[in-house]
Design a protein around this ligand. Structure first.
Ligand SMILES: [Zn+2]
Length: 342
């Protein structure tokens, strides 16, 4: 894939903003007012629009916007057996990390039909001619809302169960033509302490997967709030043991801090650097973006740098998302021009 891309390729993390009409659709679906054909059509339309928004903005490597998923991981639990829903902790007030549905494992957890990411990719592939990135939550992150219950010793053991599920999904994705796959593990930053074993688990999940692999570690984005302590430093050097061609990190909402880790640890993998703050309504100017990219280029060679937002857009309105995508592409073009590449 990289041969076909310009220098400083632009991409997104995964999720696109949810259009207003699609919020209405999801309400109608939950009330039982849509049939299966209506539902399928609405989700296809949402994916088409997410890809069109990215194409119009000029993003080099697009995703399907994760429009078939709900709140990053919540829709995957509907595909699992062996879990039961528990009463919510809090139903009142703002939607935050103590709001999503919680589950408990009551027997061995299985995902008989897979995670559905292969079907997402198959649709996206035939409905866009842009290079595509497929995204998949990592094994630890998939356990986010499941308690190990009586069936698993701890979260770690449950996550190992998902490493095998993910590995099968990723290999099926490659068979369908996916050549760039990003694994999302915000939970790495949320549950620190066993980092070496988290990386072993990640490596098992991507073992034998013949594609360009990216590992996205962020600090959480629910209701545009971080959950983890916003530092990568403690993950080094262990994170470099991950079988990843690219590390995809948040920088913008941390004012570009810790970019100096790159030369400090002699990092050879690519960097997908967040140059758009998805947690802020402030819309970056192209010059803001160019400045961020140029500050990274002091530490990372241009041929190893991908340009992306800090995280997914699902918690921002669509109109701001579009403005931010436009600024990201324009800012990248400014830098390419200054490097004599336009
Ligand atoms: Zn993220």
């Amino acid at each position: 894939m990289s041969d076909k891309l310009p220098l400083l390729p632009t991409t997104v993390i995964g999720s696109h903003a949810i259009p207003s009409w699609f919020w209405t659709v999801t309400e109608e679906i939950s009330k039982g007012n849509y049939g299966s054909t209506d539902i399928g059509e609405a989700f296809d339309d949402a994916v088409d629009l997410a890809m069109l928004d990215q194409q119009r903005a000029g993003i080099d490597v697009i995703t399907d916007g994760e429009m078939r998923r709900w709140y990053f991981v919540q829709s995957f639990y509907e595909r699992m057996t062996g879990i039961v829903e528990e009463p919510p902790l809090r139903k009142i007030g703002l939607y935050a990390y103590d709001s999503p549905p919680r589950y408990s494992a009551v027997e061995k957890v299985t995902v008989p039909e897979g995670l559905g990411i292969v079907e997402e990719f198959k649709y996206a592939k035939v409905h866009s001619d842009r290079p595509l990135k497929a995204t998949c939550p990592g094994p630890l992150t998939l356990t986010m809302h499941i308690r190990p219950g009586q069936s698993y010793r701890d979260r770690h053991e449950l996550a190992w169960e998902f490493a095998a599920v993910i590995n099968a999904e990723l290999k099926a994705l490659v068979r369908e033509g996916a050549d760039f796959i990003q694994i999302d593990e915000p939970s790495f930053a949320i549950i620190p302490g066993e980092f070496k074993s988290w990386i072993e688990m990640y490596n098992a999940a991507v073992d034998g997967v013949n594609a360009k692999l990216a590992l996205h570690i962020c600090f959480g984005n629910l209701s545009s709030r971080p959950r983890g302590r916003r530092t990568y430093k403690w993950m080094f050097p262990e994170v470099l043991e991950a079988k990843a061609d690219q590390l995809v990190f948040e920088y913008s909402n941390r004012e570009m801090s810790e970019i100096d880790l790159w030369p400090q640890f002699g990092i050879e993998s690519e960097l997908g650097a967040g140059v758009i703050d998805v947690k802020s309504f402030h819309v970056e100017t192209p010059e803001d973006v160019a400045g961020r990219i140029e500050s990274i280029l002091e530490y990372v060679p241009a041929e190893k740098l991908f340009v992306n937002p800090d995280c997914g857009f699902f918690q921002l309105p669509r109109w701001i998302t579009q403005l931010k995508l436009d600024a990201m592409v324009s800012g990248t073009k400014l830098v390419r021009g200054r490097l004599g590449l336009n």
